[in-house]
Design a protein around this ligand. Structure first.
Ligand code: URA
Length: 434
């Protein structure tokens, strides 16, 4: 078998067999296939697609490319949560403590940001001391003792995905159903989850721009889940405007803490309730989704979810004084308003443009090796459906580099579309695929 034949087959729109897919994944993971040949094959897959059987084979080969975790020692049905990516997406940081505070153990390995979509691990590292590189033993131990562990994917889990994902990012092949489905499902299989709830984002700030694309991706992941006997539910969520008000690492942590302390953030709440209600159901702890949502609201109101976040941060070495008092997080040097120069109702806040500004300010990486600036980002002051007067602030830019400020202000202003027509707040939940 050789890689040139495999590239040629996919270039000519032919189906790859299991042996060819396994060969590519094994040899690329070992470093025996150079990036330029892997990039050619990935681009051919991006352009010519894959049959369902090929996507399943690719997923399983990637899942088998490294270590696999067995979470059965914890003695519960382990339900995992994953997002297909978004802007301002702090759902994991609030949802995991909520589920754990209901007595349902959760162990999650999250990723870093790539492209305009932020990563949970970068956000958590904004909390001084919080450890994100736990061993498998420690993950199991923490989950057994306090019912929650939220760490990074520093283990040798699905290493093929790590390499292919970075490559896809570098050759603009990120938004593709076979590649996203295999990337997500391979990691979930390797990380030992028994059941999976996926936040399938769609809209301007997501990889899937339309609902149709998000449905197709979701159906694919649900079918892969069935084949490997891991029940999977995809909740389709709206990612046209950023989720919540804050975009940027410590800014999102502060927003997540405030949410768990009871602050009303309607779009975040809608997404958290929907995903959480499915997590409880899949864990076998509540069949009725509406009742599950009430239970979630209760643990937010009675402070149990916040207490669980506190316990999580303490257990993973983080400085809990920041959780108690969010004013301790260091602030960017300049906090500048973006002022409206027209009056009316906000029709659109383009999440892709806002995400790009956030990366430009330093909240994300332009290149893999870039260092994150935890302080910078954008805090929205208006959401879709809000009324705006001339001179009112649409958002605030948190910036450390003065030279970047003016461009960022202009670009955030351009992300807003305001018109006289009154708009409704958009629906966040667009359906589910089971
Ligand atoms: N999240 C992943 O883990 N992989 C993708 O390809 C997209 C989102």
């Amino acid at each position: 078998m050789d890689i040139l034949t495999i590239i040629g087959k996919k270039r000519d729109k032919q189906e790859l067999n299991k042996q060819e897919i396994n060969y590519f994944i094994t040899e690329y993971t070992k470093g025996n296939i150079p990036d330029y040949q892997a990039a050619a094959l990935i681009m051919a897959i991006y352009i010519n697609g894959m049959k369902e059987r090929e996507i399943t084979d690719l997923t399983l080969a990637m899942a088998d490319s490294g270590e696999k975790i067995d979470l059965s020692e914890i003695g519960a049905i382990m339900v995992d949560k994953h997002s297909t990516g978004g802007v301002g997406d702090k759902v994991t940081i609030v949802l995991l403590p909520i589920i754990a505070s209901l007595g349902i153990p959760v162990a999650k390995m999250s990723g870093r940001g790539l492209g305009i979509t932020g990563g949970t691990i970068d956000k958590l590292e904004a909390i001084p001391g919080y450890k994100t590189d736990l061993s498998v033993k420690k993950i199991i131990e923490n989950t057994q003792t306090i019912g929650i562990c939220l760490t990074g994917q520093t283990l040798d889990l699905a290493p093929a995905d790590k390499k292919i994902y970075a490559l896809r990012d570098a050759i603009n092949c990120t938004a593709n159903i076979p590649l996203i489905a295999s990337s997500i499902m391979s990691k979930k299989i390797a990380s030992g989850s028994h059941k999976i709830v996926i936040d399938a984002t769609c809209g301007k700030g997501a990889f899937m721009k339309t609902k149709e694309e998000a449905v197709a991706l979701s159906k694919m992941m649900v079918r892969i889940g069935k084949q490997v006997e891991r029940e999977t539910v995809c909740v389709l969520t709206n990612m046209d405007e950023p989720l919540g008000m804050a975009i940027g690492n410590s800014l999102e942590i502060i927003e997540a803490i405030e949410f768990l302390k009871g602050k009303s953030i309607p779009d975040l709440e809608e997404v958290v309730l929907e995903l959480g209600s499915y997590m409880i159901k899949l864990a076998g702890k509540g069949e009725n989704l509406s009742e599950n949502k009430e239970r979630i609201k209760e643990v937010i109101q009675n402070g149990k979810a916040f207490a669980k976040l506190f316990e999580l941060v303490l257990n993973q070495g983080g400085d809990t004084s920041y959780i108690e008092d969010t004013t301790k997080f260091s602030k960017a040097k300049y906090i500048l308003p973006v002022l409206a120069d027209e009056e009316g109702s906000v029709q659109e806040i383009d999440a892709e443009k806002i995400g790009s500004v956030s990366v430009y300010l330093g909240a994300g990486r332009m290149r893999k090796e870039d260092k994150i600036d935890y302080e910078v980002g954008i805090v929205l002051n208006k959401k879709i459906g809000d009324m705006v007067k001339i001179g009112e602030s649409l958002a605030f830019i948190h910036v450390n580099d003065e030279e970047k400020a003016q461009g960022a202000i202009e670009n955030v202003k351009n992300a807003f579309r305001i018109s006289e027509k009154k708009t409704m707040r958009p629906k966040m939940i667009l359906g589910s695929i089971e």
